[in-house]
Design a protein around this ligand. Structure first.
Ligand code: ITT
Ligand code: NA
Length: 183
C-alpha cells in the first residue's frame, strides 16, 4: 500500500517513512506544499491542508502539522513552531527559557488525511518532556536537541528510539489503526 505525504520537511518524511515501512506501507514524498491556516490548534491546520492537497492532486494524501508547546510560555511556539525554528532557532528559545525552572513542554503531531472529494480526518499524538538547558545531540531535526525526554534529548536518543515514543509515532499509530479498520 502506498501513501503520499505532502511535506517539505525531510526530517518528518524520514520518520514517517520508517514508522510506516514497518507496517507495510510505502510512503512517497510530495513537496508541492499547501496553505497553512493561522489557528491556535494544529488540527484545523492539518485538516484544511490535507483536503486542499488531496483535491489539488486528485489523490489520497497525508500531511503532518506539528509543534512544540512550552507550558510556561502558554504554549509558545505552538502553531508558530516552523516560523520560530527558522527565524530564531534553538539558541533563542533557550535564551527565552533562561532562569526558568518550570521547563515542561509537549511535542504534538497532527496527521491530516484526506481522499479526493471526501472530508479530512485528523490523528493526534503527543509526548511530554522538558526544555533542556543546552542543545544536546545531533540526531533528529528541528527542536530535537532541546527536547529532553527522561534525561536525554531526542537529539541524543536518535531516530530509532525517538520513533518508538514520539508524538509522530503516536499519531501514525492512530492513523494506521484507522487505515486497517477500513480493510
Ligand atoms: P511541512 O512542509 O510539513 O509543513 P514544516 O517544517 O513547515 O514542514 P510545520 O509547519 O508542522 O512543519 O512546523 C513544525 C515545526 O516544528 C518545524 O520547525 C519542525 O522542524 C518542528 N518539528 C516538528 N516535529 C518535530 C520533531 O519531531 N522534532 C523536532 N522538531 C520538530
Ligand atoms: Na509548514
Amino acid at each position: 500500500r502506498k501513501i503520499v505525504f505532502v511535506t517539505g520537511n525531510n526530517g518528518k518524511f524520514r520518520e514517517v517513512k520508517d514508522i510506516l515501512a514497518a507496517r507495510g506501507f510505502e510512503v512517497i514524498q510530495n513537496t508541492d506544499g499547501y496553505p497553512e491556516l493561522q489557528e491556535d490548534d494544529l488540527e484545523p491546520i492539518a485538516a484544511y491542508g490535507a483536503k486542499w492537497a488531496s483535491d489539488k492532486l486528485g489523490l489520497p494524501v497525508m500531511v503532518d502539522d506539528s509543534g512544540l508547546f512550552i507550558n510556561v510560555l502558554n504554549g509558545f511556539p505552538g502553531p508558530y513552531s516552523a516560523f520560530v525554528e527558522k527565524n530564531l532557532g534553538n539558541p533563542r528559545v533557550l535564551k527565552i527559557m533562561e532562569g526558568e525552572t518550570e521547563r515542561s513542554a509537549v511535542f504534538k503531531s497532527v496527521i491530516g488525511y484526506c481522499e479526493p472529494g471526501a472530508e479530512p480526518l485528523t490523528f493526534t499524538g503527543t509526548v511530554e518532556g522538558k526544555i533542556a538547558f543546552e542543545e544536546l545531540g545531533t540526531g533528529g531535526f528541528g527542536y530535537d536537541p532541546i527536547f529532553d525526554y527522561n534525561g536525554k534529548t531526542f537529539g541524543e536518543l536518535g531516530d530509532e528510539f525517538k520513533n518508538k515514543v514520539s508524538h509522530r509515532r503516536r499519531a501514525v499509530d492512530k492513523f494506521v489503526e484507522w487505515l486497517d479498520s477500513q480493510g
